[in-house]
Design a binder for this molecule. Structure first.
Ligand code: PHE
Length: 449
């Protein structure tokens, strides 16, 4: 099996595809509003702490598992230990459920991109009007469903082209474009009147807004943003070659992911302050407040088209990675052809995401434990399955996996040095499990701070 399996080309491709999975709506849409709600600068510091203590070690652990086994996420854990194969199943199921709502938000970005092309988005300065536009769009019975479906098919096309042609090439193109556009937009936002105040908000820590919840929010965000415990990184690492340095790849991915999040915040906060909107406006920040800002800019329609194209691309590289987790699983574990596997995943996620989209409007009355389908998918993945998966992965790799196996993977069988290997083991054995157990129990509401 190892022989027939495709691999990713050079060193850069490994970084690009993994970063493509990590960089997504989480960085551009979610990070700025969570940071805004948690006091800006102070949150940034805590977030970076979480990335280093939690994100980096678990990312390395997932890379090691994926590359060692050269299998999909379920097969990888199964082949290492039957008893721990549930980590793989948990990740595949979580990937499926996340796709259910991620496709819906991705569909919104597509709608906003298309509407930007006709100049519709950058038209109104009043945030009340933009709020109404957003509401009427998400509540419309068919438009969001159509856009969601188009996004599912877009993802399918890339997956159907295969790992090398589809994923590698599209990531190679998308990631650099993303950076250039973000930098241009950041420069524009910072030079707007009042823009510097936004930068001050982002980079001056205000610890008075920090509470225990800030730490938990930062941990959750770090997790989601690095695509950890959804099998994405295990699956992608299974395509890495024996020469790929896991250490360098992980460091690059973490660096790029954090950089994109900070850059996105450097676009959004200066703009928010310049137009006079509260930085704590929450999840609507991108869809509701940015159009107001574009409308005050020269060539506003073009700016909004560029920005939402950026969101579409960032979302697409993430949906591809989630889809690939499931396609690789069906292909390798159920021995289906890659084509048939991809179609099965597309069909199943299409049904789920259409239901999630409808649950915001027509089907809003249908509730699971008081939440509509969209919200319950978000809740169960982010609050239960992600921390649980991370917890078990760190326990498994820290305690159960042979130390020499981990060392061989991290150092490419002794070819590379890893001075901090001892630190990595301590983080995986003690620090990650304790922190993750806390977040897991907190999210289940078993204790309150
Ligand atoms: N990391 C992606 C983001 O920041 C989301 C994602 C999560 C993608 C999990 C794949 C797996 O948006």
């Amino acid at each position: 099996m190892t022989k027939e399996r495709v691999t990713l080309g050079g060193k850069l491709s490994a970084v690009l595809v993994a970063a493509g999975s990590a960089v997504g709506l989480g960085n551009i849409w979610r990070f700025p509003y969570i940071a805004g709600e948690n006091g800006g600068g102070a949150f940034l510091l805590i977030y970076i702490g979480c990335i280093l203590l939690l994100g980096l070690p678990i990312l390395l652990a997932e890379f090691a598992v994926g590359r060692h086994t050269h299998r999909n996420s379920v097969g990888a854990f199964k082949s290492l230990s039957k008893g721990w194969s549930f980590i793989g199943y948990n990740s595949a199921l979580a990937a499926f459920l996340i796709l259910g709502f991620y496709f819906v938000v991705s569909g919104w970005t597509l709608e906003y991109f298309i509407k930007s092309l006709s100049g519709d988005i950058a038209q109104y300065t009043s945030s009340a009007v933009n709020t109404e536009l957003f509401r009427s769009f998400t509540l419309n019975p068919w438009r969001p469903v159509v856009y969601t479906a188009i996004f599912v098919l877009l993802t399918h096309v890339v997956i159907a082209l295969g790992v090398q042609k589809g994923i590698e090439r599209s990531s190679k193109l998308m990631m650099p474009v993303l950076f250039i556009v973000l930098i241009v937009l950041a420069v524009r936002a910072i030079t707007m009147p009042g823009g510097l105040e936004g930068l001050r908000f982002l980079f001056t820590p205000d610890f008075s807004k920090v509470s225990a919840k800030t730490f938990l929010d930062a941990m959750g965000q770090a997790f989601f943003s690095l695509s950890i415990s959804l099998g994405c990184m295990v699956t992608y690492a299974s395509y890495f070659t024996r020469k790929t340095s896991l250490q360098a790849t992980a460091l690059n991915v973490v660096g790029l992911d954090t950089l994109v999040a900070v850059l996105a915040a450097m676009v959004i906060f200066p703009a928010v302050f310049s137009v006079g909107i509260e930085p704590t406006s929450g999840p609507s920040l991108v869809f509701i407040t940015l159009p107001s800002i574009f409308s005050t800019m020269p060539f506003g329609a073009a700016w909004s088209a560029v920005f939402f194209l950026l969101l579409v691309l960032a979302a697409l590289t993430s949906t591809i990675s989630l889809h690939e987790v499931l396609t690789a699983y069906l292909h390798e574990e159920w021995h289906m052809s890659r084509r048939a596997s991809a179609w099965c995943v597309t069909a199943a996620t299409m049904l789920l995401s259409v239901a999630a989209s409808l649950s915001l409007g027509a089907w809003n009355d249908f509730r699971i434990f008081g939440l509509n389908i969209f919200d319950s998918l978000d809740f169960v993945t982010a609050n239960v399955m992600l921390p649980l998966g991370g917890l078990c992965t760190s326990l498994f790799v820290g305690w159960r996996l042979k130390r020499s196996l981990l060392h061989d993977e991290i150092t490419n069988h002794g070819e590379l040095r890893c001075r901090l290997f001892g630190v990595l083991v301590v983080l995986l054995r003690y620090v990650c499990p304790v922190l993750l157990l806390l977040i897991f129990l907190y999210n289940l509401g078993l204790f309150r701070l």
